[in-house]
Design a protein around this ligand. Structure first.
Ligand code: SAM
Ligand code: DTB
Ligand code: SF4
Length: 328
């Protein structure tokens, strides 16, 4: 087999026909060799000193009818997350302006919905999208399943990206979620893509999945045509009350391995080191950037769980010689 590096050289068209065996052999290379290859490919497509800073806001929290085993917002579990109805448009826009003034270029709004329903709440979300877009920020939403018409309305409101994760391999999916199927996720991703919105799609490690499940997820993502423009890789934030509260934490080096593999398979995509940074050392985070991660969430909170402090991140950037990606 050719090396991963040859397979993803920059002047070749991006590949969408990786076999699972190819992904497996890339993933299982000696870690430092894998990271070296990923860093080379990273430098051919991205500025290695720049990291995109994104801000998350939960615009509708808790009480979700889905039973995702990792999620503190599912109504199936007692997690202590307080339910809240949809935020006011003005409050959301105030938070977006604040995020912009603190250097975020992308604002991502999350709602604990199974799917979008047409009506007053969706109209308000469209208003939020128009407002954030008019600030000159990239605007992303994650609202659950979407119909083609809803995707079209979001596109018309100025949505840049839609986040909808595949989370794990197709085989492991029904061990973590029973209220929807992998195909439901793929259908929404297709609706988003057809509406001309960029796709943000990734997964979670640390849910008790095997290496082969991680390989299966990466294979699915890299088989999407086009590749997701952004690929969030989350480490499980184990929350009391969820079925995964006591899951064995993933080895941070496995996170590095997943990031490097994602970078080699999808060289032009943004790879986002997402949830779980509070459980990483600074050194592990540095390895993730070396492996090709070039985006993070900043700010003290993700959706419902804590994220590193802003000044800790600023110090990390100074120490690693990184800078936040500027507005275009
Ligand atoms: N309800 C929508 C959905 O599921 O698409 C949007 C919100 S949902 C919270 C967004 C993503 O957050 C999930 O797809 C999952 O990958 C991630 N996530 C949720 N809980 C998490 C946790 N405890 N640790 C890590 N990632 C988590
Ligand atoms: C993604 O992949 N990670 C973000 C974002 N997309 C929406 C969400 C992480 C949520 C972590 C758990 C919480 O804070 O509730
Ligand atoms: Fe609901 Fe999304 Fe949480 Fe699943 S991940 S329970 S769909 S909010």
């Amino acid at each position: 087999m050719k090396s991963a590096l040859t397979l993803s050289a920059p002047n070749q068209t991006l590949r969408h026909d990786w076999t699972r065996d190819e992904v497996r052999s890339i993933y299982h290379q000696p870690l430092l060799e894998l990271v070296f290859q990923a860093q080379q490919v990273h430098r051919q497509h991205h500025n290695p000193q720049e990291v995109q800073c994104c801000r998350l806001l939960s615009i509708k929290t808790g009480g979700c009818p889905e039973d995702c085993g990792y999620c503190p917002q599912s109504a199936h579990y007692e997690t202590g997350v307080e339910r809240a109805s949809l935020m006011d448009v003005d409050d959301v826009l105030a938070r977006a302006r604040e995020a912009k003034s603190e250097g975020s270029t992308r604002f991502c709004m999350g709602a604990a919905w199974r799917e979008v329903r047409d009506g007053r709440d969706f109209d308000a979300v469209l208003e939020m999208v128009r407002g954030v877009s008019s600030l000159g920020m990239e605007v992303c939403c994650t609202l659950g399943m979407l119909t083609p018409e809803q995707a079209q309305r979001l596109a018309e409101a100025g949505l840049t990206a839609y986040n909808h994760n595949l989370d794990t391999s197709p085989e492991f999916y029904d061990s973590i979620i029973t209220t929807r199927r992998y195909e439901d996720r793929l259908r929404t991703l297709q609706n988003v893509r057809r509406a001309g919105i960029t796709v943000c799609c990734g997964g979670i490690i640390g849910m008790g999945e095997s290496d082969d499940d991680r390989i299966g997820l990466l294979h699915q993502l890299a088989s999407l045509d086009s590749h997701p423009e952004s690929v969030p890789i989350n480490m499980l934030v184990a929350v009391e009350g969820t079925p995964m509260a006591n899951a064995q934490p993933a080895d941070p080096l496995a996170l590095v391995r997943c990031i490097a593999t994602a970078r080699l398979l999808m060289p032009a995509s943004m790879v986002r080191l997402s949830a779980g940074r509070r459980s990483l050392t600074r050194e592990a985070a540095a390895l993730c950037f070396l492996a090709g991660a070039n985006s993070i969430f900043t700010g003290e909170k993700l959706l419902t769980t804590p994220n590193p402090e802003v000044d800790e991140d600023e110090q990390l950037f100074r120490d690693l010689g990184l800078r936040p990606m500027a507005f275009e």
